[in-house]
Design a protein around this ligand. Structure first.
Ligand code: AOF
Ligand code: ZN
Length: 383
């Protein structure tokens, strides 16, 4: 059994056993990463007398919800049992029937759920069940903790801007690379596999000009999870220098990359790329392409989440513009030393306290995880 829920406050009437089952439901839900979005990741456990009867998770977009899947294997054996779910059971008929009806029909006596369902149509399941005599406990814990588990889903419930996660691999002395333009891998094989798994949960993978020029990255998800919808590469190219034969533009798996350029370069880039990519123009300011306008343009193309993989200049600009929602910080046990490229640069003219202010109030809501010799720290924007 997994550790008790981090952040779940006491005094909510839950017993230690309840917390452990809820934590297990959250853990099961995570198995849906890359396969269920834009739906939430949801896990469910049915138990009686502290003994697990069934476990399930929402495994595929459009497929059975976690609660319905857990109940389906039990039939009459579910009568009188408790159902734990990481999300309030839905009360709506979408691509699948309402979970609330399945729970009621199965004779479940008590429901314990963690996060409140934010959807207007889908919500209200807890109340629906209470009115029918089911004992219901939930929501449990803080909204910020639920959002940490399903960041894109909860972000989309409150904003039309795409959710932006920034991945940085840093040394112990806070650098992303040695100086002098040299490029090295700071993190090991396990951390790099995790990056590929993470990519599978996003609609787009974005890099700045220097990165595609230096690395010619493929920007696809080649990890343990095959994404249901492969993420679209997004290449920033303010001056219209992109080459037709870049690997990210190959269209492998039918994926069409997005090349973002300034208004004056659009025609030229479109001509060069032909059908090899979708060219998007956004205004350019003194500090480069206007990133807030870019986010709007991406949202207009159905991109609800962006995984940004560098480089340092783009990362700093996104942070400075207040567009980053999450930082995936892989810390490698190496020291880059004098002259290294700092992850959070203080440019000439910047005041150090302004740079510090960019990450003020950010919180570590998920536990750090080790990948080989490296450690992943996830930081979420506060407030
Ligand atoms: C639950 N359990 O496992 C999930 C829920 O189109 P549908 O029928 O698949 O419904 C999708 C919506 O249902 C989704 O936007 C979210 O509000 C809720 N997801 N609810 O009770 C689950 N995945
Ligand atoms: Zn449901």
């Amino acid at each position: 059994m997994s550790a008790p829920l981090r952040g779940a406050p006491g005094g909510d009437g839950l017993a230690t056993g309840d917390r452990a089952f809820l934590a297990r439901a959250v853990e099961l839900g995570r198995k849906g990463w890359g396969r269920v979005h834009p739906n939430p990741m949801v896990g469910a456990v049915v138990a009686r007398g502290g003994v697990t009867l069934a476990e399930a998770h929402h495994a595929e977009f459009g497929g059975p919800h976690a609660e319905a899947a857990a109940l389906a294997e039990l039939g009459e054996r579910a009568r009188g049992a408790t159902l734990y779910s990481s999300l309030e059971p839905c009360a709506h008929r979408g691509k699948t029937p309402p979970c609330t009806e399945a729970i009621h029909a199965a004779g479940i006596e008590r429901v314990v759920y963690r996060a409140a369902e934010p959807g207007a149509a889908e919500g209200g399941g807890g109340e629906w069940l209470r009115r029918r005599g089911v004992r219901v406990a939930g929501p449990c814990g803080e909204a910020s903790e639920w959002a940490a588990e399903n960041p894109v889903f909860f972000h989309a419930a409150a904003s039309t801007r795409p959710y932006v996660a920034l991945k940085l691999a840093v040394s112990l002395d806070g650098c992303i690379a040695p100086g002098g333009g040299r490029r090295v891998w700071l993190t090991g094989r396990e951390a790099r596999s995790e990056v590929h798994r993470l990519r599978a949960g996003f609609d787009a993978i974005m890099v700045g000009t220097r990165t595609w020029k230096a690395d010619d990255p493929m920007l696809n998800a080649r990890g343990a999870v095959t994404p249901r919808v492969p993420p679209r590469p997004v290449l920033l190219d303010r001056r219209g220098e992109v080459a037709r034969d870049l690997r990210a533009l190959r269209g492998d798996g039918g994926v069409r990359a997005i090349v973002v350029t300034g208004p004056e370069a659009v025609g030229r880039v479109e001509e060069r790329l032909g059908r090899r990519g979708e060219v998007v123009a956004v205004p350019a300011g003194v500090r480069g392409l206007e990133l807030a306008a870019l986010m709007e343009a991406l949202a207009g193309r159905g991109v609800g989440s962006v995984f940004c993989e560098g480089g340092g200049v783009l990362a700093a600009s996104l942070l400075a513009d207040g567009l980053v929602d999450r930082l995936y910080l892989f810390v490698a046990p190496v020291v880059v030393g004098w002259g290294g490229v700092r992850a959070f640069p203080v440019a000439p003219g910047d005041r150090p306290e302004d740079v510090a202010a960019l990450l003020k109030g950010w919180q570590s809501r998920l536990d750090p995880v080790r990948f080989g010799d490296d450690t992943l720290i996830v930081l979420d924007r506060g407030g």
